[in-house]
Design a protein around this ligand. Structure first.
Ligand SMILES: C[S@@+](CC[C@H](N)C(=O)[O-])C[C@H]1O[C@@H](n2cnc3c(N)ncnc32)[C@H](O)[C@@H]1O
Length: 252
């Protein structure tokens, strides 16, 4: 049964996002991207992370000497991102409240990233294509776009219609998934119970992700004029439909 009040994605979850993501080895992800950049002979240190969320990766890039720009549609996520940089001495961050389907960024970037399923949150082919087009337009000639995506296999067979329970620090959470095979869209209700100052707060949000076949992702990138490679995430092995997560590298 659905909760009575369920908020839109990435609003009330924002202050708890970092705790919920504490199982992800983001430093290893950033090192992997640095290896991709090295393999592709890129040594520019200026990066735009679209759908940057609370800025976990932006902070890591900043610590590694990059000039960082972050864009996200959610004011709540950006507010946490802003706090992160208010408390750290890792240089300035340029934050933009915007939609990755229409980046409209003044100035071209050598590197653009989009991480942790963010492209899966675009639920139509037109939206995904619009975003890729916008990234293409926002890159310098020779610029590189690096992104991960969950596969159809992940959304359909791994998440499917299952319910997961987790405990992260003071947060008990329930992750209720349902997969629609006609639209390839996975709908998640995430319910949080948070113990704070002697009281328990209950919150819930809806998230939706769409799975895209690798052939469709490749054909969109080709149509836009990118040279692209899709890898199994965290490797340099060619991506396969039965991988859970893939890493895309698209060069303008
Ligand atoms: C799963 S979070 C990933 C955040 C961050 N990239 C990370 O690795 O932790 C997905 C993010 O995508 C953002 N998002 C979803 N649709 C967007 C859109 N059309 N334009 C910009 N940001 C979007 C959400 O607000 C959220 O911050």
């Amino acid at each position: 049964m659905r909760s009575e009040v369920c908020e839109p994605a990435f609003t009330i979850i924002a202050p708890y996002y970092d705790t919920l993501m504490s199982f992800v080895n983001y430093p290893a992800w950033v090192t992997y991207i640095e290896n991709i950049l090295a393999v592709h002979n890129r040594n520019e240190k200026r990066i735009l992370d679209i759908a940057c969320g609370t800025g976990i990766c932006l902070e890591l890039w900043s610590q590694r000497g990059y000039t960082i720009f972050g864009l996200d549609m959610s004011m709540s996520m950006l507010a946490i991102c802003k706090q992160r940089f208010a408390y750290s001495n890792n240089g300035s961050v340029h934050l933009i409240n915007g939609d990755m389907r229409r980046i409209g960024f003044a100035g071209k970037m050598p590197i653009i990233t989009c991480l942790y399923d963010s492209l899966n949150h675009l639920l139509s082919v037109d939206d995904l294509f619009g975003c890729l087009q916008s990234v293409y337009d926002g890159l310098e000639p020779g610029g590189i776009f690096i992104f991960d995506m969950n596969t159809v296999h992940c959304l359909r067979d791994e998440w499917g219609n299952s319910t997961f329970y987790r405990k992260d620090d003071k947060i008990n959470s329930i992750w209720i998934n349902s997969f629609d095979s006609t639209t390839c869209i996975s709908t998640l209700e995430v319910r949080l119970k948070i113990d704070e100052n002697g009281t328990t707060k209950t919150l819930s949000e809806f998230h939706q992700e769409r799975g895209y076949q690798l052939s469709l992702i490749r054909s969109m990138l080709d149509e836009l004029g990118f040279r692209s490679s899709l890898y199994r995430h965290l490797t340099f092995q060619p991506a396969k439909e039965n991988d859970l997560r893939i890493m895309g590298v698209a060069e303008k």
